[in-house]
Design a protein around this ligand. Structure first.
Ligand code: 2NL
Length: 371
């Protein structure tokens, strides 16, 4: 067999290959498992030692020559392909970058941040606690009697099982249990008791659902425990908070007698508003002509039974507390009219009312309640 001619023909075909695909086809044809040169190598096994000695080196030389030619041709074609791509592809660095989709902060989160910021300035810490509670922390410690309608099945979401202490488990109906837990923790750490200034923001649950009630909503409660605390401290704190939150100096409060089992006395806090261009705008006395009072939150002096349930001596320690509906004051501040839209999860609503993640809440940020 004329190995030199086979070699010449193979090298010519390799040199003629115009692309990497053709080259790979040739490699398989010559050197693949079923390839022609691979076939020649297999014939060596059947030869006599003499024959193998004369033919073997020729076949091996053929294989090495073709292998080297394939590698050279491959490197040359790859280099040419890269050259062609560099010549044809170009990037226009003057084009604007594609826009990155951006999330936004939900108004409820924004308002909770604002509340934390404002109360932090008055020396309040933020306390949190479990959303699954037992009926002692949620009701009994708050002086809510066994017969109270709030405990009824139709107002409270109960779990079928009781906890290890045999207490009924439920979804907390307010954040008050967080404050009970905080009082007990403070007394545990310091048996003599200590002043407490906390707000407890979070999700709460009631079996209620219509245009103005959702089964889950957000509440912020506040609790101050110290010696000699009275209603004047309560009024100043709420007035200072409301002026900062609504960004108006002319906020006027009206305290109205009310009733809550956990406070005594209890006061409902109304805020004066004016009608401007058919819209309610907070500010001014509600008694002025064309003005009115809007109920904003509930509060009062902490009931002595609740102070005692928190492990403190009510003869020594007094306090005030308040509860605010976060969703409601968010609607008031940012002019939103449907509570249910808060929890629909509609991204279009959120892109309209949401806040930038960089919009750090401050006492002076936000749109305020302008006419
Ligand atoms: C409302 C009324 C209120 C409280 C919540 C409270 C908590 C403790 C002790 C005493 Cl630990 N009181 N919280 C007090 C008065 C009113 O919420 O209408 N909220 C929307």
């Amino acid at each position: 067999m004329d190995y030199a001619a086979t070699r010449e023909e193979a090298l010519a075909r390799i040199a003629a290959a115009q692309d990497l695909g053709t080259l790979e086809g040739l490699r398989i044809e010559f050197l693949g498992k079923q390839g022609s040169i691979s076939g020649l190598l297999k014939t060596l096994g059947a030869m006599s030692p003499e024959e193998r000695q004369s033919v073997g080196p020729q076949i091996h030389a053929l294989r090495e020559g073709v292998t080297a030619a394939l590698a050279d041709a491959k490197a040359a074609l790859e280099a040419a392909e890269l050259e062609a791509r560099l010549a044809s592809e170009n990037i226009d660095l003057t084009l604007p970058a594609p826009e990155t989709p951006r999330g936004s902060v939900h108004p409820v989160s924004q308002v909770m941040d604002e509340l934390a910021e404002i109360f932090a300035d008055m020396g309040f810490a933020v306390a949190t606690g479990p959303e699954i509670e037992d009926d002692w922390h949620n009701f009994t410690a708050l002086n809510i009697p066994e017969s109270h309608p709030a405990r009824a099945m139709h107002d409270t979401f109960y779990f079928p099982d009781k906890d290890a202490e045999g207490r009924a488990m439920l979804l907390r109906t307010h954040t008050s249990p967080v404050q009970i837990r905080t009082m007990l923790d403070v007394v545990k750490a310091n048996p003599g008791g200590a002043p407490i200034r906390i707000i407890a923001p979070g999700r709460v649950y009631r079996s209620d659902s219509d245009a103005t009630h959702t089964p889950m909503f957000h509440q912020v409660e506040g609790l101050v425990i110290d010696k000699g605390i009275h209603l004047g401290h309560l009024k100043w704190t709420l007035e200072t908070f409301l002026k900062a939150f609504f960004e108006r100096e002319d906020i006027v409060l009206r305290l109205r007698p009310s009733y809550f089992p956990f406070t005594e006395p209890s006061v409902e806090v109304d805020v004066g508003f004016a009608i401007v261009n058919g819209k309610r705008v907070l500010g001014g006395s509600g008694d002025a002509p064309g003005h009115g009072w809007m109920e904003l939150l509930g509060s009062g002096m902490v009931n002595r039974h609740v102070i005692a349930a928190g492990g403190l001596d009510p003869e020594e320690w007094q306090g005030f507390a308040f509860g605010i509906g976060v969703d409601r004051i968010a609607m008031l501040k940012y002019g939103m009219d449907d509570l249910r839209a808060f929890f629909d999860g509609d991204a279009r609503w959120l892109s309209h009312y949401g806040f930038s993640a960089n919009d750090v809440p401050t006492l002076s940020a936000g749109v305020g309640t302008q006419a």
